[in-house]
Write a protein that binds this ligand. Structure first.
Ligand code: FAD
Length: 388
């Protein structure tokens, strides 16, 4: 039995982990960063402003979350502060993010330092004015902290600033600066700067005796970098990993041939396709030369699957249909994906199971992607056991 997982985002890693749990070592192909490397660190099942009841977390999803080692998916839903100044609910979080539910009714210090992308006083005011802060009588106050060691740190990328705090001396500098502020808040809220490899937020919390955590990350920030690092650690234990671009998947006599660059073509009994949507480049938007002036979606590699938008299969793999964004809105970019049948397999390609943002019409969220990866893996295993 051999199963290929294509994609190293949340859905692909969840699939590889689930296969390993059933004793199967998958081959994972992935290349560039996808949406998972850009995400905010908040974990949702649905768009957060539509969150209604607390969704139940399936045991397999809880097990994947703990294997990944950076997520908290407890029984109580957290509330997080965003980098843009909102306070919002989530279903889970990257552990480095401060859980505001634990700070309800208390005093939260918002770190105030001279980074060009951070305005502590303005953010504190915005958090304090949120409906949640008003309802729970939670105070947010900016507290001046000499947290920059060098002048250039004002402008270094948020990733570099976060990664710097993995170094023991830089961690000690930030800890000393928080202590020297002489503030005694019930919690510290920092920007998304608290390490990539090391659990800096947990270590600062233990040293100061109060919760210390981050806001969400902007695209390309610390949360995505921590996901990639945790992904690499987990995949190295559970799967054979190839950093290669998939060029073509062909179905032949019940098997799938996967052609990659660089590398040789390989045959697999089943495939989990977790190549993401438009953000990851798994689905491409291209100008159509067949219909002058039009633009259409296509898969960015060759595979025996069809692209669907708004419940309508647009066309076959190679041709482009004309998409009118005025009529459909930019939401089409988040909706378009591979057409999938009721069994989770790509329509017309039994044995090729689609997961995460690659699937048409599913919410583009971290927990939906993880759940879809787990279920695609289970379906791929069942398919192989049935057919071999
Ligand atoms: C800016 C931003 C903010 C977000 N914020 C949140 C949030 O607050 N809460 C939340 O729950 N969700 C959020 N999301 C959504 C969430 O991150 C995604 O739904 C989820 O990460 C999708 O995971 P995925 O594995 O399906 O796809 P991706 O992470 O996109 O992974 C696709 C993978 O496929 C690989 N791939 C593609 N084509 C090929 C090929 N030809 N060959 C080899 N490999 C290939 C890529 O290398 C990549 O590894 C956010 C997304 C973005 C972009």
């Amino acid at each position: 039995m051999s199963i290929a997982v294509i994609g190293g985002g949340i859905a692909g890693v969840a699939a590889a982990h689930e296969l390993a749990r059933s004793g199967e070592r998958a081959t994972v192909f992935h290349q560039h960063a996808g949406a998972s490397a850009l995400y905010s660190g908040a974990l949702d099942f649905e768009v957060w402003d539509r969150v209604s009841a607390l969704s139940v977390v399936d045991p397999a999803l809880a097990e994947f979350s703990s294997a990944l080692g950076i997520w908290e998916l407890g029984s109580a839903a957290p509330r997080v502060a965003t980098f843009e100044g909102n306070v919002r609910p989530a279903r889970g979080r990257d552990r480095a993010l401060l859980d505001l539910e634990r700070c309800a009714g208390k005093r939260v210090a918002v770190i105030d330092l001279d980074r060009d992308d951070w305005d502590g006083p303005l953010l504190a005011k915005s958090f304090a004015g949120s409906a949640w802060a008003v309802d729970t009588h939670t105070k947010f106050e900016a507290v001046r902290v000499r947290g920059l060691q060098h002048n250039f740190e004002r402008r270094t990328s948020v990733y570099d600033f976060a990664a710097a705090h993995d170094l023991p001396e830089r961690f000690a500098f930030l800890l000393a600066a928080l202590r020297a502020s002489n503030a005694a808040p019930d919690a510290w809220l920092c920007g998304p700067w608290l390490g990539v490899e090391r659990a800096v937020a947990a270590e600062l919390s233990a040293s100061l005796g109060v919760p210390v955590g981050e806001t969400t990350s902007a695209p390309g920030g610390a949360a995505g970098a921590r996901f990639e690092s945790a992904r690499d650690r987990l995949l190295s234990r559970v799967a054979a990993v190839e950093r290669a671009r998939v060029l073509r998947i062909t179905a032949n006599a019940g098997a799938f041939r996967v052609e990659v660059e660089p590398g040789d073509a390989r045959d697999f009994s089943a495939v989990v396709l977790a190549t993401g949507g438009v953000t990851a480049g798994g689905v491409a938007l291209e100008r159509s030369f067949e219909r002058r002036g039009g633009a259409g979606f296509r898969l960015s590699f060759a595979a025996p699957v069809a692209i669907e938008l708004g419940g309508e299969v647009t066309e076959g793999v190679s041709s482009l249909s004309s998409i009118d964004f005025v009529e459909r809105g930019l939401g089409a970019l988040l909706e378009v994906g591979v057409a999938v049948g009721e069994d989770g397999a790509a329509r017309g390609a039994p044995g090729l199971f689609v997961a995460g943002d690659a699937r048409a019409g599913r919410p583009r969220t971290a927990l939906v992607a993880a759940q879809a990866g787990l279920s695609a893996a289970q379906r791929a295993l069942a398919h192989v056991r049935r057919t071999e």
